[in-house]
Design a protein around this ligand. Sequence first.
Ligand code: AMP
Ligand code: FES
Ligand code: ZN
Length: 380
Amino acid sequence: MKVKLRNPTREVEVPGPTSVRILLERLQINPETVLVIREADLLTREERLADSDEVEIRPVISGGAGRGPAGVAAKCKRCRAPAKVEVARANAAFCADCFLRYVRNQMTKAIDDHEMFTKEDRLLVCVSGGKDSLALWDMLLDMGYDATGYHIVLWTGEEYANESRAMCEKYAAGRGATLIVTDLKDDEGFTIEQIAREGRRVPCSVCGLTKRYLSNLQATREGYDVLVTGHNLDDEAATLLGNTLHWQTEYIARQSPALPSTHAKLSKKVKPLYRVSERETAAYAILRGIDYIVEECPLVAGNTALRYKDALNLMEARSPGTKQQFFFGYLDKVAPLFASEDKVELRACTECGQSTTGDVCAYCRAKKQLRAKAGRKGAS
Ligand code: AMP
Ligand code: FES
Ligand code: ZN
């Protein structure tokens, strides 16, 4: 049987017939980190595979290693139809329709519990072209929210940038939805690749800073009520693990799925997918026929959050539910204790007028540094 593996893309021959579970075991792949696809159809671990089958094993989690738990029931927990997706942490499996409903319910609970937004609000949804943010935009539009897409072309790599933008544009065109695009190279005069090449700053941290700054600028300048991102349960649990290991209490205090606006130039920010795992958002996108960029950012090697994701995936494979226990437990029991840590006074950046705790905001400082470097280069 032909098996297509991704990142990097390659094909291997595996003798059949067999089951998905045995195939993954043979290839030593953690089932929690992939989805197995045959002709645009998702397969559960108990599915039989014939020698003539062609299957794709698609990684749906950045990084990931180790072995997974034994298979779970292959019947939908809700309607008893044949299951398409296992959700080990809920000790459940669902058919396509019930799975989509399960994911939407998780998002609705997040929106309600944290009073994220209402149908009257204008939402600016940050879309990267990846599974999480496109699935998020899709659900928001389906539910009747006023959701405009916003994409930043970061230029972490030529091909990656073009494809990411194309995925966002394709989705927007298919839905007749509005997408706003900012091109870092044209509008801001630098690229993340350039920062990586110069090696003076960690590209991921400048990338994160740029995304936060530009999306907030767009939202506040154009009068959007809420800025929405596609951070999922895996992202949030990995960030919390990193912040906890380093006891970065001021970051821990700010890790809420909904941050209110505390300054005229600071938008309200929400993460409606924090209850949905990365594997689940990927399954959602595939079942809904959403085309997304499967490749990872070419600069991902320097991303420290990946190590924490790896560690959490190892634990999740042994004890399904670890990630949610960690993050939901933090929200229930710990976040209230940290509330007092988050008392900073904001003022206007003397360069750009956006909010900052100092005189000049971090983004303006980073840009100044880049210009100084370019100037020195030009003079030499
Ligand atoms: P990441 O930082 O890549 O894990 O992405 C987290 C979230 O940030 C995504 O779910 C998007 O909502 C947003 N995001 C990431 N990349 C972009 C981008 N190039 N343009 C707009 N939003 C983005
Ligand atoms: Fe792309 Fe860090 S810059 S993952
Ligand atoms: Zn500034």
